[in-house]
Write a protein that binds this ligand. Structure first.
Ligand SMILES: Cc1ncc(COP(=O)(O)O)c(C=O)c1O
Length: 397
């Protein structure tokens, strides 16, 4: 008998966290590392949110267990915020407060999937999705996309891969890792196709407020109301309010799905920390000024990053439209020797760049997209320029 179960033994370690840990270990050892790996804003959590958490520490009710589905006032505030921000009308009973958006993804997959159910998963995908699907017994069916469509899947592609076993589509816009944003007409077409074929949609809206230029965020069940009974939304405070460490997210869905997921969560983790929920309440009930400031800074960095990367011979980069990632192709520089080492893959390239010039990027292999790498532009302007310049100089040598 194996020591580790097959289900858990089959989980791949998170490549994004691994590269981030290696970069941070080098930094701690005094090395001058530029980290493009992290998927988190470099801004502090706004002061009024931190204050709300400090006040919550002194409230005796918060020293005790609270309902597993979340503080009633937070569930109501999330419902109100959802109407405000995306126009989707839901009530508090449709909201389950989770330990970050990540737990919402797990809850949703565990609640919706039976062994053998197929899940359409456009690639490049966020590292957690295939693992959450597989852990629930589902089968990820990868829908490959590339620069030619701006990393967006089409209805035709999805339909080609549809089988009688297709239960769910995993949809994310703005996307991690590509920064792609689906225009409203495409969101609507995909939603209508899903509704027509009785396919559920798990739509991840965590980057809803981080869109740039002419791009526009749109929520699928708002554009396709007939999908609402088969649609689960994932969201959270992490990216909008610079609150990655607080661990508050939520899933929104039909009542029966939310009740079933709450049963699961009541046995797995119970309520999310009350102090963090109080902070999240201050965040979602407040204004969007902080995210407007961050968005303006990210927009400048996004353009700088795109320009610098596109200027490197052998590197091509689609201009990201949302989130805070660039996803360039390094295919043109692979298959050669760099620093005396053969570099055939983007994984090897990322290793060489960290070893030789102390720049951390996440290889595309982690996102089901070999040949690419993900660079977060949620870091200071000077560091950003320095990091990409190091890559450019290294590749020019
Ligand atoms: C696409 C996407 N969804 C969900 C999450 C989950 O965020 P958290 O668990 O920190 O709320 C992330 C975080 O990186 C993400 O990139």
């Amino acid at each position: 008998m194996e020591r580790i179960s097959r289900r858990i033994g089959g989980i791949a370690p998170s490549a994004t966290l691994a590269i981030d840990a290696k970069a941070k270990a080098l930094q701690a050892a005094g090395e001058d590392v530029i980290g493009f790996g992290a998927g988190e804003p470099d801004f502090p959590t706004p002061a009024h949110i931190v204050e709300a958490a400090m006040e919550a520490c002194r409230v005796p009710r918060f020293h005790k267990y609270t309902p597993a589905a979340g503080l009633p006032e937070l569930r109501a505030a999330v419902a109100a915020k959802t109407v405000r921000d995306s126009g989707y009308v839901v009530d508090a009973a449709q909201v389950l407060v989770t330990n970050g958006g990540k737990q919402a993804v797990y809850n949703a997959c565990a609640t919706l999937l039976d062994p053998g159910d197929e899940v359409l998963l456009p690639a490049p995908y966020w590292v957690t999705y295939p693992e959450a699907i597989a852990l629930a017994g589902g089968i990820p069916v990868v829908v490959p996309t590339d620069e030619s469509t701006g990393f967006r899947a089409t209805v035709e592609q999805l339909d080609t891969l549809r089988t009688p076993q297709t239960k769910l589509l995993l949809f994310v816009s703005p996307s991690n890792p590509t920064g792609a944003v689906y225009p409203p007409a495409e969101v609507e077409a995909i939603g209508k196709w899903a509704a027509e074929h009785g396919i559920w949609v798990l739509t991840d809206e965590i980057y809803e407020h981080l869109v740039y230029g002419e791009s526009h965020f749109s929520s699928m069940p708002v554009l396709v109301p007939e999908l609402a009974d088969r649609c689960v939304i994932v969201n959270g405070v992490a990216k909008t309010y610079a609150m990655t460490g607080w661990r508050v997210g939520w899933m929104i869905g039909p009542r029966d799905v939310v009740e079933a997921a709450t049963n699961l969560q009541s046995h797995a983790t119970s309520n999310v920390s009350n102090v963090a929920q109080a902070a999240a309440l201050a965040a979602v009930a407040g204004d969007l000024d902080a995210v407007a400031t961050m968005r303006a800074a990210f927009d400048v960095r996004r353009r700088t990053m795109h320009e610098l990367l596109s200027a490197i011979p052998g590197v091509s980069c689609v201009e990201p439209e949302g989130a805070f990632y660039a996803f360039p192709s390094f295919a043109g520089v692979l298959g050669r020797e760099w620093a005396g080492r053969p570099v055939a893959t983007s994984l090897e390239l990322c290793e060489v760049l960290l070893d030789e010039v102390r720049v951390a990027m996440v290889p595309g292999e982690a996102f089901g997209a070999p040949g690419y790498a993900r660079l977060s532009y949620a870091l200071g302007d000077e560091q950003l320029v320095e990091g990409v310049t190091r890559v450019a100089k290294f590749l020019a040598a």
